[in-house]
Write a protein that binds this ligand. Structure first.
Ligand code: CDV
Length: 330
């Protein structure tokens, strides 16, 4: 019998700076009701789905920054979301800014959680690839201060056996890195849930601006196909506080094909009944990892962060014992 999971990808239009949590939660709840009416079981909301995308501003007062963070989940202002989803019997995932006391200090993460149909948090992910910069750069039209306000996630890329399948999460910039999907692919992930806030304009490389939607689709389709997994990519998009952000919400099969996609740049639900067994034929043939991967030749991937010279790469490979013919011995 097919293992099917009906997904609602709940794209959000812009969230204004002065929009309150209760106002945003009402928008999320409206999408939950649509999802229920359309037979969904799991609804995926975007990255930082409770507030505007605040890293676009340089703010000196940490108290003002912290107003964008959640100290508990659910908290007094988000409890209604959890209660409504549970009443409708829907699971959901959602991204938010998380403030937590951990290891004796205050820590801040860009977080996504997975909530089961009873309202229990059954999975958590903290964004690992934080883009942008950590100092004010006034030459930009807008800032991208994730590296200033947030810490690198410390939970790794975990998978969760829930909703009848094996699910994983990542957030926005993570989707551009093949390692993100591969680490979950090596755990047999069957569906990756991810939300994003991607400005159309890329200040350090404006020549990429016209390619935003192409790159968005390219990386998610590649991640899906190369790891035999569904990928559900969900945008917060449209013109948010003067910054246009790409839409392109889509549900991608393990074949790498986009099977459902958003048509607007506003609040919009798209749905698809996903057969979680669709990845099997890929996992047992072209991407049978145990049979075909050659990890002894991939040691550079974890041995270096940035690029190195080819000669150093050769020495490193030899030292790490990959069984290569020593330099000059070809
Ligand atoms: N929120 C993000 O991580 N945005 C980045 C932008 C800054 C490039 C992204 O990768 O889409």
């Amino acid at each position: 019998m097919a293992r099917c999971l009906t997904i609602g990808a709940a794209q959000l239009g812009p969230i204004a700076r002065d929009e309150s949590r209760p106002q945003v939660v009402e928008r999320l709840i409206a999408l939950l009701h649509q999802a229920k009416a359309q037979g969904c079981e799991l609804v995926v909301f975007p990255e930082l789905a409770l507030t505007t995308f605040f890293p676009r501003w340089y703010v000196e007062d940490q108290g003002d920054v912290d107003a964008w963070f959640e100290r508990e989940m659910p908290g007094p202002q988000t409890r209604r979301l959890f209660d409504t989803a549970a009443k409708l019997g829907l699971g959901f995932s959602i991204g938010y800014a998380e403030l937590v006391e951990e290891k004796g200090r205050t820590r801040r993460f860009n977080t996504a959680i997975l909530v089961d149909p009873q309202g229990n948090i059954v999975g958590k992910y903290r964004k690992i690839h934080l883009p942008g910069h950590d100092q004010h750069e006034p030459w930009r039209q807008f800032q991208h201060l994730e590296k200033r306000y947030l810490e690198t996630g410390n939970l790794g890329f975990r998978t969760f056996d829930v909703f009848g399948g094996r699910l994983g999460m990542c957030i926005c910039n993570d989707r551009r890195w093949p390692e993100t999907y591969r680490v979950m692919g090596l755990q047999g992930v069957e569906m990756v849930l991810l939300g994003y806030n991607t400005p159309v304009h890329n200040p350090p490389a404006p020549e990429h601006d016209a390619l935003g939607l192409h790159h968005n689709r390219l990386v998610m389709q590649a991640g899906a196909y190369q790891n035999a997994t569904w990928v559900v990519g969900v945008a917060k998009c449209g013109n948010e506080e003067g910054v246009p952000m790409i839409a392109g919400t889509q549900i991608i099969a393990p074949s790498g094909e986009t099977l459902a996609q958003a048509a607007t740049e506003g609040d919009e639900l798209i749905t698809y009944r996903c057969d979680l067994d669709l990845g099997r034929s890929y996992r047992s043939s072209v991407f049978d990892f145990a049979r075909h991967r050659e990890p002894q030749h991939y040691s550079l991937i974890t041995a270096t962060k940035g690029p190195i010279e080819p000669e150093e790469a050769q020495r490193l490979d030899e030292r790490l014992g990959s069984g290569l013919t020593p330099s000059g011995g070809a």
